[in-house]
Each structure stands twice: as structure tokens, then as C-alpha cells.
Design a protein around this ligand. Structure first.
Ligand code: SAM
Ligand code: SF4
Length: 439
């Protein structure tokens, strides 16, 4: 999301007449976008800002945006007096006025907009991903999970109209990109302000925009993950065979303490919907936190058995990291750093074995890959399957290297726990799926 926020901020400023440059040295104004989801994010930011200090003598100005900006607010000016602008994501739409302010030699802040109902609409996005267009459909978060800073830094949930999302999807298709990723902290809390479409309906319609061949979405919250999303994936061929559904813990007691508002059983029920599709095999990935305050060994073991039961194709695993302002910060029975590290290693080791077996099942299959790049040192093209699995492949001697964004058919010859290896099929150009011709 931060990556795409940067694209939107850059795009909206370019449309105001600013020019984007490639290096800090070339810039007059430097934007530093920050994340505070884990670790000692603030310390890293202040470290980096002190590196920038020397550049102030050259007349450069500095803006700090994102979650650390929102969290630390005007304290940033105290600790890094060379900074002129501090703004959280809920205030990005006001950046042009703030820049006028700093042009006058004043300081500018955008920290008080978290209760806004407005979203950051911009027609101009400086898209830097050569094969995928991102679209934010919902900003902020109202869930207040006990460990998470996001509701405090990104403000309340607010959705864009489905019309505006579809318009952006058409613009992306017109620009020649064929893959779209819908973004939000909880995409399935999406609520069309005009009441026209549910999230599943919007997803299906984005998948039917002429020229779009792949649609992804992230992140889904299990509490609002409904069956119609699975039905949409099963019936619209352009919707990718992948659902990222963060579970966080396999223990209902820990989930309750985290304020996730679903149980292990309810999570597994959603998994059973995803596994019951008629036309597609949907790959599942998740997020897991180990060492939440009070997590017993038996509760950690429940997370391990959940991994066994679901057989995820990938996990993002984290040691619980205490964050400012969150309820979990003052919870009793904190788990030691060493024990968190141990649990994380045990979890990752088990998951690696699960993935080794899952990825191995693809050996011998022919899969469609979208080309994402070329690694000359390995003479290998890097691609990605609809299930979001990296598929790197060789091409016949003397054959043309397929361009980024092309779809090709690849025979899988080998697997690793995190990627597949294959060979481009003869006449490997993939045929557009039927859905691509729906207007
Ligand atoms: N909205 C998504 C959801 O509810 O699943 C998650 C968004 S969050 C930016 C991404 C992931 O960071 C979470 O799923 C969680 O696993 C992890 N995370 C958030 N806060 C954390 C914390 N304090 N310590 C460790 N991991 C954390
Ligand atoms: Fe954070 Fe929970 Fe909101 Fe996800 S749903 S962003 S974990 S508060």
C-alpha cells in the first residue's frame, strides 16, 4: 500500500507541475514515505533523516509522510529541524496546499484528517510497476486489532465509489497494463458510497474490463470474507487463483485477545469455501504472528496444527512487535525475544516443508506465466502464475526473450519451496482467456 501511495503522491504532484527525478541528489524536495507496522520504525526514520541533514545546505527541503509521520507528528520537527512537512496518509489530498506553504518558507503539517470521509482521489498516478496497476479501493481501518497501529495512523475506513474504481481500471487497461491489484487494509469491508456494488460485484466487474487479464486483491479480513468472493473467482476467469487471508493465530483464545473477532473454526469454514470451488484451484497464503502476549506453548501448537490443516502456499510470519498506543502494549505475560525467535523458526521450518510438497505438485504441469523480467546472469525469464507463484523459465536457444507483461505457457520441470522452474513451451504464447473479450 505504501508503494502505491508513493505512486499516487508522485503522480498528483507531477500533475501540479512538479518533476519527478531519480536520485536524492537531483531533487529540490525529498519525500520520505514511512511505515510503522513493526520494529523500531521511528528509530530507522530518524537515522535516515539525519543522513539527509547534510543535504540541507544545498537548499533541499524534506517531507516525511506515512505512518511514522502520523504517529510522531510535530516531534519530527523537534528531532529533525531540517524537515519542513509532516503528513499522514489521510491528508495526502491536501499536499499541493502544504507545498505552497513550505514554498513560502513555513512549516506544514497534515495530521488532523483521520476522521475524514474523503479518499485520496487522483487521476494522475506515477505508475512504476511495469506490469501491474494498483488501485486503492478502501483506505484506513476500523478493526483495531489489539497489536496494530494502522487504525491510529491511517484513520477510519472510507471507500471510493465503485464507478471511480472502474474508471481507474479502464484507464489502466488503456495504458496497456493487463494486471490490476485492488488494495485496502481490508478490501472486503469495501462499502460503495453510492451503494451500487458489493466488493464481490466490483471485483467481478474489474475482471471484465476490456484488456484486463489478471485481477488480484489484498488484504482480506476473515471476519468479512464472504462466500460471494469465492463464487466470483470461480466464475470470472480473469480473477486470479489466489486468496491472501491473514489468520494471525490458530488459537481461538489468542484470536479473541487480539480482537480479531473470528474463531479458528470460523477461519477454517472460510478455507472450506475456498477449497470447494468447481472450476478453479485457489492458492491460499496467510499472515501469522508468534509470541503475542500470553501465547502459551499449547496455543502456539494450535497455530502449527492450523498450518498442517490448511496447507498454505505461503506465509508472512512475524514476531509480535509491541507498537505505541495499542492495547497489546500493556498486556501481561509478554513472551521473551528469544522465545519468539524460537517459535518463529519452528513455524517457518514446518511451513517450508509444506511449501516444498505443495510446489512439487506442479512439476510436469503446463502453467500460464506473466513475464516480469529477465535475469541475464542465469539466462532465465522471471514470471508469475495466476496463483501468485514465481515461475522462472528458460527459453530455447536463439529464441526471442518474451517482453515484460506478456503471457506465456511454461512447462514446470523443477520446484523449490518458494518458486517453480520451467521451460517455455514451443509456441508458448498464451491464448487470451474468454473473459478478456467481455466488453
Ligand atoms: N489488514 C490486514 C489484516 O487484518 O490481516 C493486515 C494488514 S497489516 C499491515 C500486515 C500484517 O502485519 C498483519 O497481518 C500482521 O500479521 C502483521 N502485524 C501487524 N501489526 C503487527 C505487530 N504489532 N507485530 C507483528 N506483526 C504485526
Ligand atoms: Fe491492523 Fe487489524 Fe486493521 Fe489489519 S484489520 S490493518 S491487522 S487493525
Amino acid at each position: 500500500m505504501n508503494f502505491h501511495d508513493s505512486e499516487k503522491v508522485a503522480g498528483s504532484l507531477v500533475s501540479q507541475g512538479y518533476r519527478q527525478v531519480r536520485t536524492v541528489e537531483e531533487a529540490d524536495l525529498i519525500f520520505y514515505n514511512t511505515c510503522s507496522i513493526r520494529d523500531k520504525a521511528e528509530q530507522k526514520v530518524f537515522h535516515r533523516l539525519s543522513d539527509f541533514k547534510a543535504l540541507q545546505k544545498q537548499g533541499k527541503k524534506f517531507a516525511v509522510i506515512g505512518c511514522v509521520a502520523q504517529q510522531e507528528g510535530e516531534r519530527i520537527f523537534e528531532r529533525a529541524p531540517h524537515v519542513s512537512l509532516v503528513a499522514g496518509s489521510a491528508s495526502y489530498r491536501n499536499l499541493p496546499e502544504m507545498l505552497v506553504q513550505i514554498g513560502r518558507g513555513e512549516r506544514a503539517t497534515g495530521l488532523d484528517d483521520r476522521n475524514t470521509e474523503e479518499t485520496f482521489e487522483t487521476e494522475f498516478t506515477a505508475r512504476t510497476n511495469p506490469h501491474r496497476g494498483y488501485i486503492t479501493i478502501i483506505e484506513g481501518c476500523d478493526k483495531f486489532c489489539a497489536y496494530c497501529v494502522v487504525p491510529y495512523t491511517r484513520g477510519r475506513e472510507r471507500s471510493r465509489t465503485s464507478e471511480s474504481v472502474l474508471e481507474e481500471a479502464r484507464r489502466i487497461a488503456d495504458s496497456g497494463l493487463t494486471e490490476i491489484q485492488l488494495l485496502g487494509q481490508n478490501v472486503n469491508s469495501y462499502l460503495d458510497p453510492m451503494g451500487k456494488r458489493s466488493f464481490a460485484e466490483l471485483l467481478a466487474e474489474v475482471g471484465q474490463v476490456k484488456g484486463i487479464r489478471r485481477v488480484r486483491f489484498t488484504t482480506s479480513h476473515p471476519r468479512h470474507f464472504s462466500r460471494d468472493i469465492v463464487e466470483a473467482i470461480d466464475s470470472v476467469p480473469t480473477l486470479c487463483d489466489h486468496v491472501h487471508l491473514p489468520v494471525q493465530s490458530g488459537s481461538s483464545r489468542v484470536l479473541d485477545a487480539m480482537a480479531r473477532e473470528y474463531t479458528r473454526e470460523q477461519y477454517l469454514e472460510r478455507v472450506s469455501w475456498i477449497r470447494a470451488t468447481k472450476n478453479r484451484t485457489i492458492s491460499m497464503t496467510t499472515d501469522v504472528i508468534v509470541g503475542f502476549p500470553g501465547e502459551t506453548l499449547a496455543e502456539f501448537e494450535e497455530t502449527m496444527t492450523l498450518l498442517e490443516e490448511v496447507q498454505f502456499d505461503g506465509i508472512f510470519s512475524f514476531k509480535y512487535s509491541p507498537r505505541p498506543n495499542t492495547p497489546a502494549l500493556t498486556m501481561e505475560n509478554a513472551i521473551s525475544e528469544d522465545e519468539k525467535t524460537r517459535r518463529l523458526a519452528v513455524l517457518n521450518e514446518r511451513q517450508r516443508e509444506i511449501q516444498r510438497a505443495n510446489y512439487h505438485r506442479h512439476v510436469g504441469q503446463v502453467m500460464e506465466a506473466m513475464v516480469e523480467g529477465f535475469q541475464p546472469a542465469r539466462n532465465q525469464v522471471s514470471g508469475r502464475t495466476s496463483q501468485n507463484k514465481p515461475l522462472n523459465f528458460t527459453i530455447p536457444c536463439g529464441a526471442e526473450i518474451p517482453k515484460i507483461g506478456r503471457y506465456v505457457q511454461v512447462r514446470v520441470t523443477k520446484s523449490h519451496p518458494n518458486s517453480l522452474v520451467g521451460e517455455l513451451c514451443p509456441d508458448g504464447e498464451a491464448v487470451p482467456s474468454a473473459a478478456c473479450t467481455i466488453a
